[in-house]
Design a protein around this ligand. Structure first.
Ligand SMILES: NC(=O)c1ccc[n+]([C@@H]2O[C@H](COP(=O)([O-])OP(=O)(O)OC[C@H]3O[C@@H](n4cnc5c(N)ncnc54)[C@H](O)[C@@H]3O)[C@@H](O)[C@H]2O)c1
Ligand SMILES: O=C(O)CC[C@@H](O)C(=O)O
Length: 387
């Protein structure tokens, strides 16, 4: 039996199914793996029993992934599984910030007891006149799973679409409409935009990437949309731009002590991924990643270890080694196996950044002294006997 600790509400109805051979536990120290969403794990006392963590969602700035890698804990996310949900709410924010929808509905509620409300509505409606998205310039920062969908949708709406992503993947470049004009600098992207929407992860080079200088380049009365992370905008700069009317609206998914005090804001409760479909997609992807890792050692969509697959574990034994990406690890591993006279059927070694993963199948079970010797290799973080 493998034990799973669930942190956060993974789905609205609470339904999470791993199938036979799995149990849910309350005590993390009894768990083999964690299934989670947005809880901040920095400073969390992670027990040694945890071998893997799956984050239902894209952003992993809430998890100390480098530290966990060095403890032999593989962290997964669910790329793309909630991207459509975010795309839809971003489009919603573009419309809400352009058409006086909320203000007009507020007026109707406030005048609900007026028997002649139909006539009076005709008189006030000029106050809610807005502008169309068609023909307006939108800048999209980050053209990954969410940003590429937002950019393509804006093309279909007839907008003049610009995109900025120096690290765009080949896959997303292929998916992008040829009508999205890619620019090489953040400044060129911001220049003259009526709408600016952010779809980058929170990391060293994106924290505070939208500040006074970038906001100054936008068209007068532009709209800023941040459904990425609160850290990406300089909140003081956004507040000043709203007060001075340089920004007409700021739509954000992050209610912070500063954003809640700003004028002309649409603020949601980190609900960009809040659809039944996105929750189910994220949970399905995260659960299958965890199961394949726990049962077979295969890694897909990890954010701190390389992808690696040897299919189902069918040989007598399968061993996975999580270690630093340094020279001679394979030499040391095979030397230890040779001492045990172990016949390796298949071996795969993959690396990503500072971390590497070596997995092999053998004809017979290894002696426990052999496993201990593997664990003693310098720079070895963890050795798993999967089978
Ligand atoms: N509000 C929500 O509920 C919600 C939901 C999903 C994602 N998000 C946030 O949005 C982010 C993006 O999500 P995604 O699924 O598109 O992720 P993704 O990994 O598919 O795409 C991120 C893109 O940003 C690009 N990028 C990285 N650094 C950049 C930089 N300095 N300048 C420009 N581009 C850069 C990457 O190349 C990549 O293409 C997530 O990391 C998460 O923080 C929020
Ligand atoms: O878990 C959530 O609700 C939000 C997830 C979202 O921010 C993400 O990064 O995918």
């Amino acid at each position: 039996m493998r034990n799973i600790k669930i942190i956060d509400d993974i789905t609205k109805d609470g339904q999470v199914t791993f199938g036979d051979g799995y149990a849910f536990v309350d005590d993390t120290a009894e768990a083999d793996a964690i299934l989670m969403r947005s809880t901040d794990l920095h400073g969390y006392d992670l027990p040694a029993s945890i071998r893997a963590i799956a984050r239902c969602g894209a952003g992993v700035n809430n998890i100390p992934i480098d530290d966990y890698a060095k403890r032999g804990v593989v962290v997964f996310n669910s790329p793309g599984a909630n991207a459509n949900a975010v795309k839809e709410i971003v489009l919603c924010m573009m419309v809400l910030s352009s058409r006086g929808v909320v203000q007009s509905m507020d007026w109707v509620r406030q005048n609900a007891d007026d028997p002649d409300i139909l006539t009076h509505a005709e008189h006030v409606k000029k106050a809610f006149v807005g502008r169309e998205l068609k023909g307006k310039r939108v800048g999209v920062i980050g053209l990954g799973n969410v940003g590429s969908k937002v950019a393509n949708a804006c093309v279909y709406l007839g907008m003049d679409v610009y995109g900025y992503d120096p690290f765009i993947s080949v896959e997303h470049a292929w998916e992008l409409s040829r009508d999205v004009q890619r620019v090489g600098t953040l400044e060129d992207l911001c220049r003259g935009c009526d709408y600016l929407t952010l779809h980058v992860p929170s990391k060293a080079d994106t924290v505070g990437m939208i500040g006074t200088d970038q906001l100054a380049l936008l068209a007068p009365g532009a709209v800023l949309i941040n459904f990425a992370r609160e850290t990406i905008v300089d909140e003081d700069a956004v507040d000043a731009a709203l007060h001075e009317g340089r920004l007409s609206w700021f739509a954000t998914d992050f209610a912070t002590p500063k954003t809640v005090l700003m004028p002309n804001t649409f603020i949601t409760t980190h609900s960009g991924a809040g659809t039944e479909e996105a929750e189910a997609n994220c949970a399905d992807m995260a659960i299958s990643e965890l199961k394949d890792y726990l049962e077979n050692g295969n890694i897909a969509h990890s954010v701190n270890y390389p992808s690696c697959s040897m299919g189902k574990a069918r040989a007598a034994s399968r061993i996975a080694c999580l270690h630093a990406n340094v020279p001679n690890m394979i030499g040391q591993i095979t030397a230890i196996l040779a001492k045990d006279n172990a016949n390796v059927q298949r071996m795969v070694n993959e690396s990503a950044g500072e971390n590497a993963y070596t997995m092999f199948d053998t004809d017979e079970h290894l002696e426990s002294s052999t496993i201990d010797a593997l664990k003693r290799i310098s720079s070895m973080y963890r050795v798993r006997v999967i089978k």
